[in-house]
Design a protein around this ligand. Structure first.
Ligand SMILES: N[C@@H](CCC(=O)N[C@@H](CS)C(=O)NCC(=O)O)C(=O)O
Length: 205
């Protein structure tokens, strides 16, 4: 299986981490986003959204959307389980993960799109007010995480799941490229981050 990927992009990284956790070997093909290779007619045939990641199977079937790909990997290699084992746990992980995607990752994405790096590339006219708002919502979500992580070791309960993978990758991206590193005083958040970052599957992907 081939993964269309780009090194600093957070969404393909989610797939790389899930594959590493499960010991699944993928062939990585770099799509250079700085050269707009994700918008070529050839790539748009693989994913009409013009976004990475895309997983291409041996018969040429293409799957877009990082979580659709991660769910495919979970179905072909169920161990370790990352999306929940029983009805309640599946629902709890889904709830926590949806909130991380919609209330944290998407806010970081808004700050990124309206920030200086994208503006310099001349792709989007930045809206400063949108950035101010999403910066504030991101920082408020960090404080919420810090409070919740004082009561449990992982985002969705007491074990590692896809919610931790998405949250840690979003935070790494926010710190490295969006000037939204969580404050050092958020000690529960940082202790959780160290637990996640210390996993070989996370660190090496
Ligand atoms: N919901 C999609 C989002 C994919 C996405 O936004 N990928 C970024 C890279 S991290 C991208 O390709 N951006 C290019 C664009 O939006 O034009 C997923 O989870 O795969």
């Amino acid at each position: 299986m081939r993964l269309y990927d780009f090194p600093n992009a957070p969404n393909p990284r989610r797939v790389r981490v899930v594959a590493a956790e499960k010991g699944i070997d993928l062939e990585y093909v770099t799509i250079d986003m700085t050269k707009r290779q994700h918008k070529t007619p050839e790539f748009l045939r693989k994913n009409p959204s013009g976004k990475i990641p895309v997983l291409e199977l041996a018969d040429g079937t293409c799957i877009g959307e990082s979580i659709a790909i991660c769910r495919y990997l979970e179905a072909i290699e169920p161990t370790p389980n990352l999306f929940g084992e029983d009805a309640l746990e599946i629902a709890q992980i889904e709830m926590a993960h949806r909130q991380i995607e919609l209330e944290l990752m998407s806010q970081i994405g808004t700050s990124w799109v309206n920030g200086p790096i994208v503006a310099k590339a001349g792709l989007v006219e930045p809206i400063e007010a949108a950035k101010q708002r999403s910066d504030g919502l991101t920082k408020a979500f960090y404080r919420r995480m810090d409070k919740e992580l004082s009561e449990r070791d992982y985002i969705a309960g007491n074990r590692y799941s896809i919610a931790d993978i998405t949250a840690a990758i979003a935070i790494d991206f926010a710190g490295a490229l969006v000037s939204l590193k969580p404050d050092v005083e958020l000690s529960n958040l940082w202790a959780w981050h160290a637990r996640v970052a210390g996993r070989p599957g996370y660190a090496n992907a």
